[in-house]
Ligand binder design. Structure first.
Ligand code: ACO
Length: 432
């Protein structure tokens, strides 16, 4: 994974100097190489949340947070969302190039062939308590795949390709089964005559006694939503996937850990919390200003959900796509969602407020995606599951890249210890 060395730099500390290289990526980002820092100076870097730390070089995704640019393998996310289906983007992230017609047909066929889950796995769903969060079920089911397909855990290249395809196909089936379990309906099996997104909608909304027609507007919307979720370079869950994988854990275990990280309300879990926040405003008095004041109060831990981002200091390009999509889907259903009106008012007022302006806080991907999923009939507690289905190809691409990178080592940050100095254990009857 070669970066271009552009200059030398020196770090001066304790009357010593450390010679370092400065590298540049293909889009001009620069990084100082401090790999020898501790060995040669005894110092470590202190960077909570890894705000300034580049943990790897990557060819998968490029973000310019200042300009609001997001590209997968060089393609702008809006261009991909306009012209591609989700399976093409999944193929792009994992294989590095967009599939031609023949490759796409082959890939779709493989996804269909692997769409079932082992019948014994179906049993697991029935033992979860009612109201279990589907993200808990999803992560458990994904790591369980490693028991059902153990031969693929450390397989050769061909086996790994199979594992990857299995996972992309089965995650969607597991997600739909967990929804059916939560509403007490029997599972609907995947069908080979349907494409990836249609198949998912069918498993969600048909039943053995009722065939639900699949609306092409909904299928198109789902494709776009999954595309905008598909990768986001070294975000919290992708870093977890790489980190777990760096210890030698198999792909299933690494992805399962990534699903757990995504569940957090500061990460992908925010899409569920956005809707809950909008519902709260709606059910109370519709007062958006009160909520904005609460978010600005330094003594309150409350944050405006779906706002702000570690990397984007301008409008999140995914939020732009999701906002337009949401309006389109609502128009197609001829319904009016009062939560969209509240969201639009909230965005307008927050963007005009100096608190949000000074901190460059804009709507992020989660602000409008939940509203759109809601229009597709997806229940609120499934929103983060939808995000996980979309993010899966990105996690896989990051994991595969980490495995191939000769610079990759087990993830193991350092710390600055601030606890007590050495002390002796006092016998229990002498302790105060
Ligand atoms: N509402 C109110 N204030 C906010 C918000 C928000 N949503 N987000 C950031 N701020 C404020 C912080 O309080 C801080 O203010 P200060 O400088 O006065 O202390 C300042 O903006 C900078 O925020 P940080 O927390 O330092 O930013 P960080 O990069 O660590 O966090 C994060 C980014 C977690 C996304 C944050 O903006 C947040 O909590 N947003 C709400 C949750 C959310 O929507 N998460 C989804 C992100 S997208 C994704 O992961 C898929």
């Amino acid at each position: 994974m070669k970066m271009e060395k552009i200059e030398n730099a020196e770090i001066h500390v304790d009357n010593r100097k450390l010679a370092c290289s400065v590298y540049r990526g293909t889009e001009g980002e620069r990084a100082i190489d401090i790999r020898k820092l501790r060995k040669e100076t005894g110092l470590i870097t202190y960077d909570p949340g890894f705000v300034n730390t580049g943990s790897c070089a990557s060819k998968v995704t490029f973000i310019d947070g200042e300009k609001g640019i997001l590209r997968y393998r060089g393609y702008d996310v809006a261009d991909l969302a306009e012209k591609c289906e989700f399976v093409e983007v999944a193929y792009l992230l994992i294989h590095g190039s967009l599939p031609n017609a023949e490759q796409k047909a082959h890939y779709s066929r493989l996804l269909n062939e692997h769409s079932m889950i082992h019948e014994d796995m179906k049993e697991f769903f029935s033992h979860y308590p009612e109201h279990s969060h589907p993200m808990a079920i999803l992560s458990a089911m994904v790591v369980s795949l490693s028991s059902f397909y153990p031969e693929l855990n450390d397989g050769d290249k061909e086996d790994l390709a199979m594992t990857v395809t299995r996972m992309i196909s089965k995650l969607r089936t597991i997600a739909a089964f967990s929804y059916k379990k939560s509403i007490g309906e029997p599972a609907v099996y995947p069908r080979h005559d349907l494409r990836y997104c249609e198949n998912f909608l069918n498993m969600m909304f048909s039943s053995p006694v009722r065939k639900e027609p699949i609306d092409p507007v909904m299928t198109e919307a789902l494709n776009k939503l999954l595309i905008i979720h598909a990768d986001h370079e070294q975000n919290c869950s992708a870093s977890v996937v790489r980190s777990v994988g760096s210890a030698g854990a198999n792909l299933y275990a690494s992805i399962s850990a990534g699903i757990c990280a995504l569940w957090g309300p500061l990460h992908g879990g925010a899409n569920q919390h956005v809707i809950e926040m909008l519902e709260e405003i709606y059910q109370e008095d519709g007062d958006v200003d009160k909520l904005i004041e609460r978010a600005k109060n330094p003594r309150s831990p409350f944050r405006l959900m779906g706002f702000g981002h570690r990397v984007y200091k301008s409008y999140d390009p995914r939020a732009k796509i999701a906002k337009e999509l949401c309006k389109k889907v609502i128009a197609a259903t001829n319904k009016n969602d009062p939560l969209l009106d509240i969201a639009l008012e909230l965005e307008e007022k927050a963007l005009a407020d100096p608190y949000f302006q000074e901190r460059n806080l804009y709507p992020n991907v989660d602000f409008y995606t939940g509203l759109t999923y809601r229009e597709l009939g997806i229940p609120t507690n499934m929103f983060t599951v939808m995000f996980a289905i979309g993010r899966l190809p990105g996690w896989i691409a990051q994991w595969l890249e980490m495995k191939k990178d000769p610079d990759s080592r087990i993830s193991r940050p350092r710390q600055i210890y601030t606890g007590p100095n050495a002390r002796r254990v006092v016998p229990i009857n002498e302790r105060k």
